[in-house]
Design a protein around this ligand. Structure first.
Ligand code: CUK
Length: 641
């Protein structure tokens, strides 16, 4: 390769980040050990041991892989329309992509967080974030479908989310871009940043039974960027920790480099205390606009509601809910170990990893070991909060997961490796190259109280020379390492969809037996359901035509549709009468300007169609369903108005 590692060593730290792709570990081809294939091999017909939920980055979707095989099992559409699932095409799913800006049919999904009970994964839901138009979605792990999407007000670039408290009381979000609050006119000079821009963190309450979310409260903070976060656990339960950058509050990162300060911050938030202030009426209700969309598995419809108010606490006024802790150069990952005592901040441009102690933080607060204030918020002295530093661990630390045996594994983007180190004595124990430029990493349960440290997976940004060329853009990839022994051992590469950021993995036993196999037809309360072929019909209301249609192997009823005129809006309400596992039907019309449907057994979905010409439009089932699948078809006749 024409890259040189020497240049890395002499480059400035900022340039290091930019030149990340130039670092190619040695022995790329020989790094896999001899028994690797058998370790990743899952025989045909056998199930994988883990589900791996992987963020799809700018695809806006969530992918599901089996581990250790790396087999792609499903792509769950969340924030982007998806023809394969009819997501965002059917009238029933369109409202799920609604926001206060109208329909936003795309987003950038970075982080995944499985719901927890008592700090352990409970297998009920997975939460994911939309980075662009700030939203959080909840995916139901019984159906592997998106059940709910909530927009976050007073935010932009919802990066620091959707991390949860240890009993899933809240999904927490921190804004990446500070912006003028929604209730003031944002039409201000951009260089009035320091005066007008604020950073918000949001606590989105989750109903224990239904999982339904609502924005419980927000905390207004100085105008800095929140990057990542994690909940406390055990002793630090009730606290939340955020990494922050751009503490110089620069409105342009061109001349004033965002990383000019020697130290940015970790922000520690006492959310139990914040709850007390809320109860005591210290919250201020402010007008905002945000969408809240829910999908119902009985009516098979979704509804979207715009909410108008949020309760805000002010961090500056309430001096004891937020504390800053200095953290070297542009902290990215902010990870809490399984005991809840150690908080790891990963400064992207730092040559060390600081590890903070929850006990010491508490001590420092009690004894006012402060180094002054930042925008009215106490700053704890670095040394007072520090457990210690991992020295020379690698270049460009990003994220850390834990093995539950007292060790941490950190990803290094620039030096392209995973590094295992001991939390207590801060000694590096092992390092393994990644191919190349790893971002996030994942150990099953690796951010919970109970990691299952059989594997670590690295999610890489660059795969030059790892896969067959596919034009200018190459697949991004995951790499699976066996970590059951002392040394990390690479056993598998597999490509991912979109750009993988965070991912989580969980034992398949927690999820697989709860999987819904089909929807019960007798429970289908969609307003346009036909529960049998005898109730299929065509109803005209002015220029709207409702076709109540059924499908079952291997025909649609009705399959000859006449009486449609130019200027009509035709709604095909298609009910899949099947009551069997894995027998969806599809519905596509020639020239369809609203995409297609995919209808699960027992479900009703609606395709709106506005004919664009007089003539004959055939339709057919798009999902192979039986030997007579090719016969599953029909005609729509369109006549002049
Ligand atoms: S970020 Cu992507 S590698 Cu958005 Cu969690 Cu760190």
């Amino acid at each position: 390769m024409h890259y040189s590692t020497k240049s890395l060593l002499v480059a400035s730290s900022a340039a290091l980040l930019l030149s990340a792709t130039s670092c190619k570990p040695k022995n790329a081809a020989t790094a896999v050990s001899a028994d690797a294939a058998s370790k990743a091999y899952v025989a045909p017909g056998k199930y994988d041991e883990f589900y791996n939920f992987v963020s799809g980055g700018f695809s806006g979707q969530l992918s599901v892989y089996g581990l250790p095989s790396g087999r792609l099992l499903r792509v769950i559409p969340v924030f982007s329309v998806d023809p394969e699932k009819g997501w965002g095409y059917s009238e029933e799913t369109k409202p799920m992509l609604n926001t206060s800006h109208g329909t936003v049919p795309w987003d950038d999904l970075h982080h995944t967080e499985l719901s927890q009970t008592n700090g352990e994964i409970d297998g009920r839901w997975i939460f994911v974030n939309a980075n662009n138009t700030p939203r959080i979605a909840r995916v139901d792990l019984k159906t592997f479908r998106t059940s709910e999407i909530i927009e976050i007000p007073n935010s932009a670039g919802n990066h620091s989310s959707p991390f949860i408290t240890d009993n899933t009381e809240y999904v927490v979000a921190g804004t990446r871009f500070s912006v003028p609050p929604d209730d003031v006119n944002g039409d201000v000079p951009i260089n009035s940043y320091k005066k007008n821009f604020k950073g918000y963190i949001s606590f989105i309450g989750v109903d224990k039974t239904s999982g339904k979310m609502d924005v419980s409260f927000q905390i207004e903070c100085p105008g800095i960027n929140f990057d990542l976060s994690h909940s406390g656990k055990n002793k630090s339960s009730g606290w939340f920790f955020f990494s922050c950058y751009n503490t110089e509050q620069a409105n342009t990162l061109l001349e004033v480099n965002a990383s000019q300060r020697d130290k940015d911050f970790i922000m520690a938030v006492n959310w139990k205390k914040a709850e007390e202030y809320l109860k005591a009426g210290k919250g201020k209700k402010v007008p905002v606009k945000y969408a809240h969309n829910t999908y119902d598995d009985k009516t098979h419809t979704s509804s979207s509601e715009i909410k108008n108010e949020v309760t805000v606490l002010n961090a500056k006024e309430l001096k004891d809910i937020c504390y800053f802790i200095p953290c070297p150069k542009s902290p990215h990952g902010c990870d809490v170990d399984p005991t809840g005592e150690y908080i790891v901040g990963s400064g992207k441009l730092a040559a060390l990893i600081p590890v903070f102690s929850f006990d010491k933080i508490q001590n420092a607060i009690a004894n006012k070991q402060f180094a002054g204030e930042y925008d009215g918020i106490p700053v704890i002295k670095y040394e007072a909060a520090l457990h210690g530093e991992v020295q020379k661990p690698g270049l460009g630390p990003l994220h850390t997961e834990f093995d539950g045996k007292g060790n941490a594994i950190t990803s290094f983007f620039v030096s392209s490796e995973l590094v295992k180190w001991n939390i207590k004595d801060l000694k590096v124990l092992d390092r393994a190259p990644t191919y190349y430029s790893v971002g996030h990493l994942c150990i099953p349960g690796g951010d919970t109280k109970k990691p299952n440290a059989k594997y670590v997976i690295a999610y890489n940004k660059i795969t030059k020379d790892r896969y067959l060329p596919t034009g200018p853009e190459l697949a991004q990839s995951a790499q699976l390492y066996d970590i059951s022994g002392d040394k990390m051992q690479l056993i598998l590469d597999f490509p991912t969809i979109g750009e993988p950021h965070y991912a989580q993995a969980v034992s398949a036993d927690l999820i697989k037996n709860n999987s819904v196999k089909f929807f019960k037809l007798e429970e289908n309360s969609n307003p346009y359901v036909s529960k049998g072929e005898s109730t299929a019909k065509i109803v005209r209301e002015g220029n709207k035509v409702h076709v109540y249609m059924t499908c079952i192997r291997s025909h649609f009823t009705p399959d000859n549709i006449e009486g449609i005129k130019m200027g009509d809006e035709v709604y095909f309400h298609v009910t899949n009468l099947e009551q069997d596992w894995d027998i969806p039907h599809g519905f596509g019309i020639k020239g369809a300007n609203n995409g297609e449907l995919l209808i699960m057994p027992g479900e009703t979905q609606t395709l709106k169609w506005v004919p664009d010409r007089v003539g004959m439009s055939p339709f057919y089932c798009t999902d192979f369903c039986s030997a007579l699948h090719q016969e599953m078809q029909g005609y729509i006749r369109v006549s002049p108005a």
